[in-house]
Design a protein around this ligand. Structure first.
Ligand code: EPU
Length: 444
């Protein structure tokens, strides 16, 4: 199948040159890294499933295309609500090109293998932010009794025969050597249809997993301990989604990205429909740096931020960490913040080893950053930034370049808008609404 993805768009931004004039409200959408997993989880259902608060981002479109190729019928009930009709027998071979474009495709392997007894998939793609191996996935499936066949382009996993003679994974105790978010979710889903009990140890604590488990439990699953590092799942039959709706929690990474933008470039900014309780590490850091934040239950306000003359924020060190620590997905926007703060900060990216390369673009804009190794940089500030032409390398670093372009003096062009579109819905429209001069340049 040939796909028509808008790969070559760019953003042109007229920088504010350090002025803090943006003002208005941004509504936060449903979380990308919750909804993608929820789409994958529908393979555990016998009939249908309804997902709401779905963000209109490129990754959602890719996931829908993928499921459609596997035999699903997907309808949009309204702008943010999707109903999925699940075929009795789902196709078990993930399409190569689509799966390579979407890291979250790996999550589908769990429920598919558990349901159909077999799955074939290529090494998943996604953002280039490090090696991104899949050994933890393969080891876990083997522990659940699966066999693995590898070819040059793909992996095939087959479940063993269960007591009733049908192919069925076996419950197992799985200790994950690192707290992998998607591996935790994948095994949790696979275990829902496995024979017996599965115990996941050193499980990831991300809130997106909790929202998914709550929904699966409502639909008939038996998952306990989510939000702690030990998750226990009793295997059972296919789930029923009739009359039950999954609502994606609001995107904490989108919230954090706009908080950084607000601190650096807005006088007054209100973020609505967010969940500040999922962002404590970031709120704490920004407050300590001197950002005036008013945090409500579902809103965060930055007030009169542009009126404070000659105010410079204080630098802080960052060590990225699994939830509830400082999220790796906000490391790049935070580095832009640090370029505008007084002092020297050490940024230690502990999760991915390729996630600091984008700093080279900020250095070209005038930032004082030293890259010590693939995991560490120091950032000295404040440094005025100048508009430049840059290639966005991944979702979060692409958005960090947009923030840098907004605060810089002069014009910036950020190529690879597609990466930003993967995770942020209608970014240019939402930024224009608060006063950013940004336009999309489409190249056919
Ligand atoms: N890892 C292994 N082997 C594996 C799996 C992971 O060594 O089999 C390592 C990774 O290389 C990494 C660490 O474990 O060093 C943690 O990675 P994790 O598996 O948690 O990352 P992920 O599940 O692939 C999700 C998000 C990422 C986010 C990370 C960390 C989705 C679809 N992706 O990725 O989101 O950065 O967790 O929080 O949920 C993004 O949204 O921009 C993004 C990249």
């Amino acid at each position: 199948m040939a796909y028509n993805w808008p790969m070559h768009d760019s953003f042109r931004i007229k920088g504010l040159g350090g002025k803090k004039t943006l003002s208005g409200t941004i509504k936060i959408n449903g979380a990308k890294n919750a909804i993608l997993q929820a789409f994958a989880a529908t393979a555990l259902f016998k009939d249908s499933s309804t997902l709401s608060n779905v963000p209109n981002i490129e990754d959602t479109s890719r996931m829908c295309e993928l499921l459609t190729e596997l035999g699903y019928i997907i309808n949009k009930k309204d702008e943010r609500t999707y109903t999925l009709e699940i075929p009795e027998n789902i196709i078990t071979e993930l399409p190569y090109e689509l799966s390579r474009r979407l890291r979250a495709s790996i999550v589908l392997t769990g429920p598919l293998l558990a349901r159909e007894g077999e799955v074939t998939f290529p090494h998943p793609g996604g953002c280039v932010i490090g090696n991104r191996p899949i050994d933890i996935f393969l080891d876990g499936f083997l522990a659940m009794g699966a066999t693995l066949e590898e070819s040059e382009k793909s992996y095939t996993l087959r479940a063993p025969k269960g007591k009733d003679g049908k192919a069925r994974l076996k419950g197992a105790e799985i200790f994950m050597r690192v707290q992998s978010v998607t591996a935790t979710q994948t095994f949790m889903m696979a275990a829902v249809l496995a024979e017996g009990t599965t115990v996941l140890k050193n499980a990831a604590l991300e809130p997106e997993t909790e929202s998914l488990a709550t929904y699966l439990n409502k639909c008939g699953a038996n998952i306990k301990g989510v939000g702690t590092s030990t998750i226990t799942i009793e295997g059972g039959e296919l789930l029923s989604g009739k009359g039950k709706v999954y609502k994606a929690p609001s995107d904490r990474i989108e919230t954090g990205s706009f908080l950084v933008l607000g601190a650096l470039a807005a006088d007054n900014l209100v973020l609505e429909d967010c969940m500040p309780e999922h962002l404590e590490a970031v709120i704490e850091m920004l407050r300590r740096a001197g950002v005036n934040l008013e945090v409500g239950e579902t809103t965060i306000k930055i007030s009169n931020n542009g009126k404070v003359k000659n105010k410079s924020f204080k630098s802080f060190d960052i060590k990225t960490h699994e939830y509830p620590g400082f999220p790796t997905d906000l490391q790049a926007p935070a580095v832009v913040f640090l370029t505008q703060s007084s002092g020297e900060a050490l940024v230690f990216e502990t999760i991915f080893e390729g996630r600091l390369n984008y700093t080279e673009g900020l250095i070209r804009m005038g930032a004082d950053i030293k890259l010590w190794d693939t995991h560490r940089v120091t950032v000295k500030g404040p440094s005025p930034l100048k508009g430049r032409e840059l290639e966005g390398p991944d979702i979060r670093a692409g958005l960090a370049y947009v923030i840098a372009g907004i605060i810089a003096k002069g014009e910036s062009v950020i190529h690879n808008a597609y990466y930003i579109d993967r995770g942020y819905e209608n970014i240019e429209g939402r930024l224009r609404d608060i006063g950013v001069e940004i336009e999309r340049i489409s190249t056919p």
